[in-house]
Design a protein around this ligand. Structure first.
Ligand code: ASP
Ligand code: MG
Length: 404
């Protein structure tokens, strides 16, 4: 049985007209004699509206009821898709996660899929039907509804592709694929034909919002080919696949950037063993995600300046924790809000020397000052003034021949 999983995102099912269009897309796959499993997200805006309702009651709305409420969005879209398919003569029915069932583990609001029972869906596929399964939700061992993290219907689709050994998972969305950088910021941005899981993982955790990062990790671990394409126009999209199937003609595959980072600098920190641990321990205990870190030793070796970046939302909490921390001593604390992290990503840099130098030189030529640097095997990130993002990514896009 050759199976393909088709996943539709919120904007793809955002209105009744969009849903009718989705039914036509599905019908084209049905004609090819492949077995089709559909996974859908809620209609765009619906999940946010539901969350707003809970906030009107209180800020700590019961997590289990939150999941019951939020999973209703996917019930609506899936019923509408199945009904549209029936209307154009295709056998189909909706499946809520508990009807499959899809088991999850972990806490409410951020559960993870651990098992999918195949028998009922397989039987339905053999009978010639198109199952339309709710993304984003599951049940736990207490038989209660759960939801995955926001954007989690991507994960549902990947896990369904895994359990049913689908030959492909196609993610239908509102963009045509993954681009070398944000086309809104750089007009010459190009659609990437093929990208490795590793690169895509970096791109998405660094600000390229095409797929949920956790779902890319699921695809990588299970070696599932993922095609990202638009449900609005019929054009080839981007294939996310194994490293060895991606051509290495370019050193850099893409450039991404963040928009809501802040830089914290502690000046005159008394330098002794364990000081960095004392600074970061309370931050990590309070779920503050520290990203880039640099430490400068002062000339007398007794004091040091320590700089790191966090998300803007965490500034107040971080300042409080640092100021009340009795284990550390420092002269002053500086907060810089208008910073952005620009990253170049590419498996090609593993085998190509001089990439760092070329990046720095391109930025220097454009008089862009680098504040902090961090690197990994397939990524180099720099922290710069937020006002210079466009200039920086345009320069880097050109330097690494991404426009061709
Ligand atoms: N409807 C859910 C959300 O908005 C899941 C998804 O869209 O993937 O987060
Ligand atoms: Mg989504």
């Amino acid at each position: 049985m050759k199976i393909v999983v088709l996943k539709f995102g919120g904007t793809s099912v955002g209105s009744i007209n969009r849903i009718k269009k989705v039914a036509r897309i599905i019908s084209q796959y049905v004609k090819t004699k492949k077995k089709v499993i559909v996974v859908s997200s809620a209609m765009s805006g619906v999940t946010n509206e539901l969350i707003n309702k809970t906030k009107k009651i209180c800020n700590n709305f019961s997590p289990s009821e939150y999941d019951v409420l939020l999973s209703s969005g996917e019930q609506i879209s899936c019923a509408l898709i199945s009904g549209s398919l029936n209307h154009i003569g295709i056998k189909s029915r909706s499946w809520l996660s508990w009807q499959v069932p899809i088991f999850t583990e972990g806490t409410y609001k951020k559960s993870r899929i651990t098992n999918i029972f195949k028998s009922k869906i397989s039987k339905y596929l053999r009978s010639g039907g198109v199952p339309v399964i709710t993304g984003f939700q599951g049940i736990n061992l207490e038989n209660r509804l759960t939801t995955l993290e926001r954007g989690g219907s991507d994960s549902s689709a990947i896990m369904i592709a895994k359990y049913f050994r689908a030959e492909k998972c196609i993610i239908y969305t509102d963009v045509e694929g993954v681009y070398t950088t944000d086309p809104k910021a750089v007009k010459k941005a190009k659609k990437i034909k093929k990208i490795s899981y590793e690169e895509m993982l970096e791109m998405s955790s660094l600000g390229t919002k095409v797929m949920q990062p956790a779902s890319i990790q699921d695809a990588r671990l299970n070696r599932i080919d993922v095609d990202v394409k638009s449900s609005f126009v019929d054009r080839p999209g981007t294939l996310i696949t194994k490293k060895k199937s991606v051509s290495k003609d370019k050193i850099i595959t893409g450039i991404s950037f963040t928009k809501n980072d802040s830089k914290i600098t502690l000046i005159g920190v008394v330098d002794k063993p364990g000081v960095a641990a004392s600074i970061f321990e309370p931050l990590s205990k309070n779920s503050i995600n520290v990203d880039m870190v640099v430490q400068n030793i002062s000339s007398d070796g007794k004091e040091t300046d320590l700089t790191f970046t966090i998300k803007n939302d965490d500034i107040i909490k971080t300042e409080k924790l640092l100021n009340k921390n009795k284990l550390i001593k420092f002269k002053s604390l500086l907060v810089t809000k208008n910073v952005s992290k620009v990253s170049i990503i590419g498996v090609g840099m593993i085998t190509t020397p001089g990439v760092t130098y070329r990046m720095f030189k391109a930025l220097a030529k454009n008089k862009i000052n680098i504040q902090v640097i961090s690197t990994s095997e397939i990524k180099i990130s720099v922290l710069i003034n937020k006002k210079l993002i466009k200039k920086a990514i345009s320069a880097l896009h050109k330097e690494f021949n991404l426009e061709k």
